[in-house]
Design a protein around this ligand. Structure first.
Ligand code: PLP
Length: 385
C-alpha cells in the first residue's frame, strides 16, 4: 500500500464542514422561509470534494442538488440513496439519457428535440420523467430564447410522459449589472405568464445563483434559489448585497517550506529569469507549484503567508515548486514550516477572491484548479453559533 496518507503532507487543502453548514443556515435565514434551496455541487463540489460536501449538506437541510451531468448526479445517488431530488443543470446527451431513468434524475430541457426524445424514451419504459425547462433570458447559453419559449411549453404539453417540475433561467451579469438582471427577470416572468395551462406556484421557479441574491425580490414568484459559491463562504463582489450574508470561507490551501537560502543581489530567479533580486535576499522554496494548483499567472505576483506575514512570490511558479521572498521575516522561517497560500494564519489572511485577482481569474476557477495531488482534509466538528 502506498496511499498518499502514509506520507507527510507537502501541499493540502483544509475544508471546514461545520462552516459550510453555518453558511447554509445563514443564507437560508436571509431568504423567505418558503424558498427552496438547490445546493449546486458540480465539479466535485467546486473542488471541495463531492462525497463529504454532499453528505454534510444532506444533514444541514437542503431541498435539491444541482450538478453538471448524470455522472455527478449518480455519485450523489450513491452517497445519499434514493429520495434526494437532483437537477442536472447541463444538457443531457442522448446516450446519457438512460441514466436519467436509472438514477431518477431531473434533466434541464432547452429544445423541442430534447422534449420529443425524452418523451419517447419515457414512453418506451412506461415511465414518467420530471423535467425542468430552461429559458434563455440573456445568457446566450442553455435554455430556449425567451421570445420562443412558447414552442417549448407547447412541446412539453404534448409530451405525456414528461412532468413539468420546474422552470428556470440563468443570469449573465447579476454581480454588477442590476439593470440587465432586472431585464432578465422581466423576460423570465413574461415567458411564464404567457403559459395559461401551468400553475407556477406548484412548480420550482428559480433564477438566482449566488450573485442573483444581490437583486432577489421577496415579493416575486420565485420559490427556489440555486447556490454554489456563496455556500462555500466566497463573495467575490464586495459591493453586492449578497456579500452581506454573514458567511465565512471554508477552504484553505497550505504547503510547507522545502529549504531557505541566501542569494546575492542581482540573481535572476526561476525559469525565464523574470525576476532580478534588488538586494541580498533570503528566499524560501515551497513544496507546491502549478502541479498543485498555484496558478502560473501568480509568477511575480501576489503573496503567501508565513508567520502570518505576507511574503511576495518571486519569479515563475514552476510545476512542483514556488519561490518566495522571506528576507524581511524575523525570525527567519525554517525548512518544514507551514505556509498558507489561501486562508488565515495568525493575524494574516489571504482570501481566495484576492488570490484569484492576483492570478487574473475568478474564485470558481481557482477552486476547480486545485489538483488531484492535493489531499482534502476535512474538519468535521459540529456547527455552533
Ligand atoms: C454553477 C451554477 C449555479 C451556481 O452559481 P454560483 O455563482 O456558484 O452560485 C447556478 N445555476 C447554474 C445553472 C449553474 O450552472
Amino acid at each position: 500500500m502506498t496511499g498518499i496518507d502514509q506520507f507527510p503532507r507537502r501541499c493540502w487543502a483544509e475544508i471546514d464542514l461545520a462552516a459550510l453548514e453555518r453558511n447554509l443556515i445563514a443564507i437560508k435565514a436571509a431568504l423567505p422561509p418558503h424558498i427552496r434551496y438547490i445546493a449546486v455541487v458540480k465539479a466535485d463540489a467546486y473542488g471541495h470534494g463531492m462525497n463529504q460536501t454532499v453528505a454534510r449538506l444532506m444533514q444541514a437541510g437542503i431541498d435539491m442538488y444541482g450538478v453538471a451531468n448524470v455522472a455527478e448526479a449518480a455519485t450523489i445517488r450513491e452517497i445519499g440513496g434514493s429520495g434526494w431530488s437532483i437537477l442536472v443543470l447541463g444538457a443531457t446527451l442522448q446516450d446519457e439519457a438512460p441514466f436519467l431513468f436509472e438514477y431518477d434524475l431531473t434533466p434541464t430541457l432547452s429544445t423541442v428535440e430534447e422534449v420529443a426524445f425524452l418523451d419517447r424514451m419515457a414512453a418506451e419504459r412506461g415511465a414518467t420523467l420530471k423535467v425542468h425547462l430552461k429559458i434563455d433570458t440573456g445568457m446566450g447559453r442553455l435554455g430556449i430564447w425567451h421570445e420562443n419559449a412558447n414552442t417549448l411549453f407547447e412541446a412539453l404539453k404534448a409530451a405525456s410522459h414528461l412532468q413539468l417540475d420546474g422552470i428556470y433561467t440563468h443570469f449573465a451579469h447579476a454581480e454588477t449589472d442590476v439593470e440587465f438582471t432586472e431585464r432578465q427577470r422581466r423576460r423570465f416572468m413574461t415567458a411564464i405568464a404567457a403559459v395559461d395551462w401551468i400553475q407556477p406556484e406548484k412548480l420550482l421557479i428559480h433564477a438566482d445563483n449566488s450573485a442573483g441574491l444581490t437583486s432577489f425580490s421577496r415579493e416575486s414568484a420565485y420559490n427556489a434559489v440555486r447556490i454554489g459559491l456563496l455556500q462555500f463562504g466566497i463573495t467575490p463582489y464586495a459591493q453586492s448585497l449578497f456579500a452581506k450574508v454573514p458567511t465565512t470561507p471554508i477552504f484553505s490551501f497550505k504547503t510547507r517550506i522545502a529549504i531557505v537560502k541566501d542569494l546575492p543581489a542581482g540573481t535572476e530567479i526561476s525559469y525565464g529569469r523574470t525576476c532580478r533580486l534588488k538586494r541580498p535576499s533570503k528566499i524560501a522554496i515551497l513544496c507546491a507549484g502549478y502541479g498543485d494548483g498555484i496558478p502560473r499567472a501568480l509568477s511575480n505576483k501576489g503573496f503567501a503567508l508565513i508567520q502570518g506575514q505576507r511574503c511576495p512570490y518571486l519569479g515563475r511558479v514552476t510545476m512542483d515548486q514556488t519561490i518566495i521572498d522571506v528576507t524581511d521575516l524575523d525570525p527567519l522561517p525554517r525548512a518544514g514550516d507551514e505556509v498558507c497560500l489561501i486562508g488565515t494564519q495568525n493575524d494574516g489572511e489571504i482570501k481566495i477572491e484576492q488570490f484569484a485577482r492576483w492570478a487574473g481569474t475568478i474564485s470558481w476557477e481557482i477552486l476547480c484548479s486545485i489538483t488531484k495531488r492535493v489531499p482534502r482534509i476535512y474538519k468535521t466538528s459540529i456547527a455552533t453559533g
